[in-house]
Ligand binder design. Structure first.
Ligand code: SF4
Length: 362
């Protein structure tokens, strides 16, 4: 499928102009942020943006409401903080890693160091700066929490020696020592065969053609079961849900004070050391039975010019109405459904005179 649109994925240098000002997206490979880096982002949001840090479905962070001087000043601060290691690659550092990797007993292999190594190797290859901003790498520590993120190139641990490398539904057994090189080789193979496509799944026979170029045979049946990670204690870690994925200044400061660093998850939550204190007091959620658990929303009004409703205000008011049986719920201000979660969810979409819930008017 050849695309005709331009890839407008925002970054720090390619800021998107939204209705409420500039929107910058900061890529965080593996979702990792040191406490100091989180403070840099928090202060930048206060001084250059609207004060909030938005968490995305790819475990990145966005700052909204930047004025004209904001993007330049923000990029200078991020560069100094080590959050902009390559100008050329800033929009292509899309690397998800299981956020609880190495922290609880479900982890078969600690994939966070692999994510860091993959990021360094990616930034060292000039040609890979040409990847589309939507191209996604995923490293699953074996628990299956990233099984439904629809990565272009995914790796799932079998044990501490081997993993399954998969492109879509096709997978081959590989050893961990060859994983970063194979993932980047798959990305390079994609670039060499694509036309205007953004994702491997958009290429005709893309998975098969790329696996062949890598010299791999897809013979390993894929385990497609998905494990959901909810708020609460998991081994040495505490998963903290951020209501509607939008961190206030107080919340960001409390998370930065919780330990040496945090891991942002793709589910609008943050991983901190178990025993971290002072989080509920600022409105963060540390237990899975909260009505905020699994509820997400796009920007909506007034941030997005396309929005038909202030979905965040409506979600806060009406949330328990749609939070059926603990399913994920996503509120969208229009049918584009930005930021929707991977996998199944209750679909709440604004229309001109109200909302549709899973296609039915309410
Ligand atoms: S889903 Fe629609 S209203 Fe919401 S952010 Fe995307 S374009 Fe805007």
């Amino acid at each position: 499928m050849a695309r005709t649109e331009t890839d407008r994925c925002p970054g720090v240098l390619a800021v998107h102009q939204a209705a409420d000002g500039g929107l910058a997206r900061v890529r965080l490979p593996g979702g990792w942020l040191s406490a100091q880096q989180l403070e840099v982002l928090r202060i930048a949001a206060a001084e250059l943006g609207d004060g909030r840090l938005e968490l995305t479905s790819r475990a990145n962070v966005q700052i909204r409401g930047l004025d004209a001087r904001g993007p330049r000043e923000l990029s200078d601060r991020l560069f100094a903080a080590g959050l902009l290691p390559s100008i050329a690659h800033e929009r292509v550092r899309n690397i998800l890693a299981s956020p609880l990797s190495g922290l609880d007993e479900q982890s078969r292999y600690d994939v966070l160091p692999v994510a860091a190594a993959l990021d360094r190797a990616l930034c060292a290859r000039p040609g890979l700066a040409e990847l589309p901003g939507r191209f996604l790498f995923a490293l699953d520590d074996g628990r299956g929490d990233l099984a439904d993120v629809q990565a272009d190139v995914a790796v799932r641990a079998l044990d501490d020696r081997s993993a399954v490398l998969s492109l879509g539904s096709r997978g081959a057994r590989v050893s961990w020592t060859e994983v970063p090189e194979l993932m980047l080789a798959a990305a390079e193979a994609f670039l060499s065969v694509r036309d205007q496509e953004w994702r491997i799944a958009e290429l005709a026979d893309g998975e098969e053609r790329i696996l062949k170029r890598l010299g791999l045979t897809a013979d390993k049946p894929l385990n497609t079961s998905t494990t959901r990670v909810t708020a609460g204690a998991h081994g040495q870690a505490l998963v903290v849900t951020v209501p509607l994925g939008s961190l206030t200044q107080d919340q960001a400061a409390a998370l930065a004070a919780a330990g040496a660093g945090v891991r942002i998850t793709p589910w609008r939550s943050v991983v901190v050391p178990v025993g971290a204190a002072g989080l509920e007091e600022v409105g963060l959620v540390t237990a899975a039975d909260s009505v905020w658990e699994g509820v997400t929303a796009c920007a909506g009004k007034p941030g997005c010019a396309k929005a038909l409703a202030d979905v965040r205000a409506d979600a806060s008011r009406l949330m328990p109405t749609f939070n059926r049986d603990g399913q994920r719920v996503h509120w969208s201000g229009c049918e584009r459904r930005c930021g929707k979660p991977a996998g199944g969810f209750v679909d709440v979409v604004a229309v001109s005179d109200g909302y549709l819930v899973d296609g039915e008017r309410v």
